[in-house]
Write a protein that binds this ligand. Structure first.
Ligand code: FO1
Length: 340
């Protein structure tokens, strides 16, 4: 184990005052973020991807921030995986009648979030401030913040070298086009949000957990904000990623399809190799599903500590259990230090 810091752990493995940072995209990430939030409340900070954000019908939409926010507030739409529960769609029906674009569905209740965000941004607040205000209004105890306050937009590159905006690819085209790459327009001009530095400077920070989100279009934008990957790598807290691929398949979304199209093995091994090669050995620990237990030796030979558990998060209990496993796993670095 390469990173060592805290002493005096409790028997459950975590110190009562330890704090944690989770990096999250949308649906898969939000599930683990919820489990962590149930265990940690104010001791958890969540930095969400914002490069899926776009302006649609004049509204500033932040899908991943909203998915995490609604999930933590237990207001999320469990059937759709995005948006709010108990939603109605009269706005969309009226929009259709006016022959306006209706491929991206904004529910009537969800509209309140986008209108509030758009208005507050117009009045001069930054995205971090708006996110804090929305989270407070929804009584979210954990600290949710965007990776950056500047605008950045994901595009996928198609085989003919043309570029397609992420939501057009994901929602309008249902991830059908074959991709040859992707890029984050404007990323080089961004800087990490202040909350990132505040979280990393807490002496109590015990682990950084990369949630099981799409490594390429959810986690990579976060790690591509200048200084974020370097700052995390240099921090003494262990970095643990939960693999979004189980037995060669993504639980939801295009991760496995993208990996094949980008000529990577669609497996836990492919995900770990990607994180380690792209970010100079960023990970200390890697959490894989029981179905992939046979990959443990190969992952260990890459220098990773590996935890094999159930990573399918169907129920709230699954989310809390996986979160608990991740925290105990992170405490191994501490415990090794205390006993050595
Ligand atoms: N995903 C869809 O598949 N179809 C939609 O119409 C849709 C609308 C939508 C509205 C607000 C919002 O916050 C998210 C929405 N999403 C929709 C989800 C979102 O596009 C993706 O899940 C993420 O960008 C990928 O993480």
């Amino acid at each position: 184990m390469s990173k060592h810091n805290h002493k005096n752990d409790t028997s459950s493995g975590t110190k009562p005052d330890s704090t944690y940072l989770a990096l999250s995209g949308g649906v898969g990430g939000a599930k683990l973020a919820l489990g962590l939030s149930q265990l940690l409340a104010q001791r958890l900070s969540i930095m969400a991807n914002t490069s899926d954000d776009f302006v649609h019908l004049g509204l500033n939409i932040s899908p991943d921030l909203d998915t995490v926010m609604y999930t933590l507030a237990d207001l999320n739409n469990k059937e759709l995986g995005w948006g709010l529960a108990n939603e109605s769609w009269q706005f969309m029906d009226a929009l259709k009648q006016l022959n306006q674009p209706h491929w991206f569905r904004l529910g009537d209740r969800d509209l309140a979030t986008h209108i509030t965000r758009t208005e507050q941004l117009k009045q001069g607040d930054d995205l971090s401030q708006v996110t804090q205000q929305l989270s407070d209004a929804l009584n979210i105890k954990s600290h949710l913040f965007p990776m950056t306050d500047q605008v950045v937009s994901t595009f996928v590159k198609l085989e003919d070298e043309s570029a397609l905006g992420f939501q057009e690819y994901f929602v309008k085209e249902q991830c059908q086009p074959k991709i040859s790459g992707y890029f984050f327009e404007g990323i080089e001009k961004t800087k990490p949000s202040q909350s990132f530095y505040d979280t990393l400077s807490q002496p109590s920070l015990a682990a950084i957990i990369i949630c099981p989100s799409n490594p390429f279009v959810s986690v990579e934008p976060i790690l591509s904000v200048p200084h974020i990957a370097d700052t995390i790598r240099q921090h003494p807290a262990p970095v643990i990623a939960v693999c979004p691929i189980i037995a060669g398949q993504a639980v939801k979304g295009p991760t496995a399809k993208m990996m094949k199209e980008l000529n990577m093995p669609a497996s836990a091994l492919g995900v770990a190799e990607y994180y380690q090669s792209q970010y100079g050995g960023l990970l200390d620990g890697f959490v894989i599903d029981e179905k992939d237990h046979h990959l443990q030796p190969a992952l260990e030979s890459m220098g990773l500590s590996v935890l094999v558990v159930n990573t399918m998060m169907n129920t709230l209990q699954d989310r809390v259990t996986l979160a608990d496993h991740c925290l105990s796993f992170a405490a191994r670095w501490t415990n090794e230090h205390s006993s050595s």
